[in-house]
Design a protein around this ligand. Structure first.
Ligand code: AQP
Length: 332
């Protein structure tokens, strides 16, 4: 079976709809066909300041949401990044292989550091993509299921894998990004020209899966569309309507042209009312199941402990090969 690796930060408490449609939904499907490794990226989370108690609690909330979304610990390996020390260890090697200018060209870093200001930006945020390189290469992943915003980081991963292999001999699989065109980028409901994001979206533009379902329905109903009245998929001229159609289509498994037909001659109000209903039907059981997993933290922790054990076996093997290639004297 080909292997996949992906991760999500356990920071916000709730995942948002972009996280789910852009990434987590694909993770659930891929566990059937791939040897799948999914991690809660807590090392990545501390690149910006976190409250320790909240981070700990949110890591369980994130794990519970992944299980509620359909990850099955018997079909995939679900683990916490900090439980596998090899991530930080391989990241150091990768740091030493990366050019300073090369790291400085990462657009996500440029955007985030520009917003925060240089003095409040950690070196960890700068090297974040390189830790991500280590995350992926440790598992010899063939594919990395992510949203469009991660494409540049996967390119860096490929470059560094090739550089390492070229310099020290064949060691790492050079992975491919796995990005589904339809859901690569879910947009903010209030500003459909920017991606839905926990840091850039306003509360009205961001759909958090664990929010009160009625609040979510309200957000969908007040989503920004356009002054036209036709329900047509056209991201260039109708980004708001197109975003709603993408969400609707993915959650119900109905093709977009079918939806266009269904709503021919109807107004935006009808589309929004129905999509609000679809959203409520999706988030209601999702919230309940998440809560059920959270009510039993011992089971949750034991799933994560087993996942870490499986992950460590693979990661330790890769790290030991990489250390050997670099020229580190093996510890006796
Ligand atoms: N709007 C989105 N559309 C499609 N995919 C998305 N992802 C995030 N936003 C969208 C994908 O979700 C996965 C987890 O990403 P993350 O751990 O970076 O999650 P996050 O930090 O909660 O994502 P945000 O909201 O994008 O964070 P900020 O605001 O900090 O930048 C990834 O595969 C990502 O592509």
């Amino acid at each position: 079976r080909p292997r996949v690796l992906s991760g999500i930060q356990p920071t916000a408490g709730s995942f948002h709809l972009g996280n789910y449609l852009g990434a987590v939904r694909q993770w659930v499907a891929l566990q059937e066909t791939h040897d799948a490794f999914y991690m809660l990226a807590d090392l990545h989370a501390i690149t910006v300041t976190q409250d320790p108690a909240e981070l700990r609690a949110n890591t369980r909330v994130a794990a519970a949401q992944l299980l509620a979304a359909g990850l099955d610990p018997d079909r995939c390996t679900l683990f916490v990044q900090s439980h596998v020390s090899e991530h930080a260890q391989l990241a150091w090697v990768m740091n030493c292989l990366t050019g300073f200018g090369e790291a400085g060209r990462m657009t996500q870093f440029k955007d985030k550091s520009a917003k925060q200001g240089a003095d409040r930006t950690s070196v960890g945020l700068f090297t974040y993509p390189i830790l991500q390189v280590a995350d992926i290469l440790l598992y010899q992943a063939h594919e990395v299921p992510v949203g469009e915003d991660q494409r540049q980081h996967i390119e860096l991963t490929r470059d560094l894998a090739e550089r390492f292999n070229g310099r020290y001999g064949e060691t790492f699989i050079v992975p491919e990004a796995y990005i589904l065109k339809e859901t690569a980028k879910i947009y903010d409901l209030q500003d459909p020209t920017i991606k839905m994001s926990k840091s850039a979206s306003t509360p009205k533009g961001l759909v958090n899966l664990l929010d009160e379902p009625r609040a979510t329905a309200k957000k969908v109903k007040s989503a920004v569309t356009d002054t036209d009245t036709v329900i047509r998929f056209d991201p260039e001229t109708k980004p708001g309507v197109s975003n709603l159609l993408t969400i609707y289509s993915t959650l119900t498994g109905t093709a977009v042209p079918e939806l266009e037909e269904k709503y021919a001659g109807k107004g935006y109000g009808a589309l929004k009312t129905d999509l609000a209903e679809v959203m409520v039907e999706f988030v209601t059981p999702f919230r309940e199941q998440t809560q059920q997993y959270l009510d039993d933290p011992e089971t949750l922790d034991s799933i994560l402990a087993k996942g870490a054990e499986k992950a460590r076996t693979v990661a330790a093997e890769t790290l030991s090969q990489a250390y050997g290639k670099v020229g580190f004297l093996p510890a006796k």
